[in-house]
Design a protein around this ligand. Structure first.
Ligand code: ZN
Length: 91
């Protein structure tokens, strides 16, 4: 049945969307790989005076692939319109 194929394709689409929405962004994944330095790394990543491309380059050079756009999206979480990573309270 063609309809059944279409329906399951649509269901798969919906499931993938849900997965995507709940997926933590790559910056978060990167930070969880460096739990001891996460706070300090996060401060640099969020520093608007440092170009996102520079941050991305340094992270890539250290063996973790990430794009400047991902950094930008992560920074925008501070304005509640970027990724879904938790926003840390300022100390
Ligand atoms: Zn993020």
């Amino acid at each position: 049945m063609e309809d059944a194929g279409l329906l399951s394709a649509f269901k798969a689409l919906a499931e993938n969307t849900v997965n995507y929405r709940h997926q933590m962004c790559k910056v978060y994944q990167f930070l969880t790989q460096h739990p001891d330095d996460a706070d300090e790394l996060s401060v640099v990543i969020d520093n608007p005076n440092i170009p996102a491309s520079s941050v991305a380059r340094v992270i890539c050079e250290n063996g973790f692939e990430i794009s400047a756009d991902t950094i930008k999206r992560h920074r925008k979480r501070l304005e509640h319109k970027g990724c879904k990573c938790p926003v840390k309270e300022a100390k």
